[in-house]
Design a protein around this ligand. Structure first.
Ligand code: PGA
Length: 260
């Protein structure tokens, strides 16, 4: 059993006070097989971490902090960038890498994704690596080849031990923020393909162990259908993670899935 991971990607939303308020309203899952990952903007990481660290164990239940991006160099003259070590130092356990908005608006490529993964692993961060096809690529029948090259190039020269610290988030670009979700069957087809590729490139053990999340207009109404699929091990949630009410329902759906 791989367990489930429900992640909220807050994107560029939330001043410090709003972020702390939101985290206060999110209900921890009553099941240790569910991890809840929260990715506030950089500016709120410290404050959210301070709230999470109030607990003696250093974590409130199963909440983990994530950054939405990272730079690959350790330090130096890179105005505006944030290093993996800085993120770890701020309390991040996870980092999201290669989100389609980074690829689309900031020209990130599979090569830069690869550099970011390697640098983040060095700093002991766990990577949530986003891949997914655009509408045009899907309509032209290129979904599988795009996914394959994103995996091959993104994870180039990464060992299977390192891969074990990575999670893949399949996020079809046409489903992000559009209200159009992939059907559970469409998503499962790609998740199976991803797992098969991981097995071919790495090994069966790593492929079976790896969590593969789905992202793209996940909401309380569609999440249970998605999570019920064998190869969907969680969700990366954007819009619906900005309100505690809807995010809590998604966490609850995760609990229902684990309990069934
Ligand atoms: P969405 O975003 O849930 O708002 O579609 C998902 C994501 O971009 O990770």
């Amino acid at each position: 059993m791989r367990g489930l991971l429900i992640a909220g990607n807050w994107k560029m939303n939330g001043l410090i006070g709003e972020s702390v308020q939101l985290i206060k309203e999110i209900q921890p899952a009553n099941n240790e097989k569910i991890e809840i990952v929260l990715a506030p903007p950089f500016t709120a990481l410290h404050a959210v971490n301070a709230y999470l660290s109030k607990d003696d164990s250093g974590q409130i239940n199963n909440f983990f902090l994530a950054a939405q991006d990272v730079f690959w160099e350790e330090k130096g003259a890179y105005t505006g960038e944030v290093s993996p070590e800085m993120l770890a130092n701020t309390g991040c356990y996870y980092v999201i890498i290669g989100h389609s908005e980074r690829r689309q608006f900031f020209h990130e490529t599979n090569k830069t994704v690869n550099k970011k993964i390697k640098a983040s692993l060095k700093a002991n961060l766990q990577c949530i690596v986003c891949i997914g096809e655009t509408l045009e690529q899907r309509e032209n029948g290129n979904t599988f080849s795009i996914i394959e090259s994103q995996i091959k190039e993104g994870f180039a020269n990464i060992s299977s031990e390192e891969l074990d610290k990575c999670i893949i988030a399949y996020e079809p670009v046409w489903a992000i923020g559009t209200g159009k979700t992939a059907t559970p069957e469409q998503a499962e087809e790609i998740h199976q393909f991803i797992r098969k590729k991981i097995e071919e490139i790495f090994n069966k053990f790593s492929s079976e162990k790896m969590k593969i999340l789905y992202g793209g207009s996940v909401n309380p109404g569609n999440v249970e259908g998605l999570l019920s699929k064998e190869d969907i091990d969680g969700a990366l949630v954007g819009g619906a993670s900005l309100k505690a009410e809807s995010f809590n329902k998604i966490i609850q759906a995760g609990e229902n899935t684990i309990n069934n």
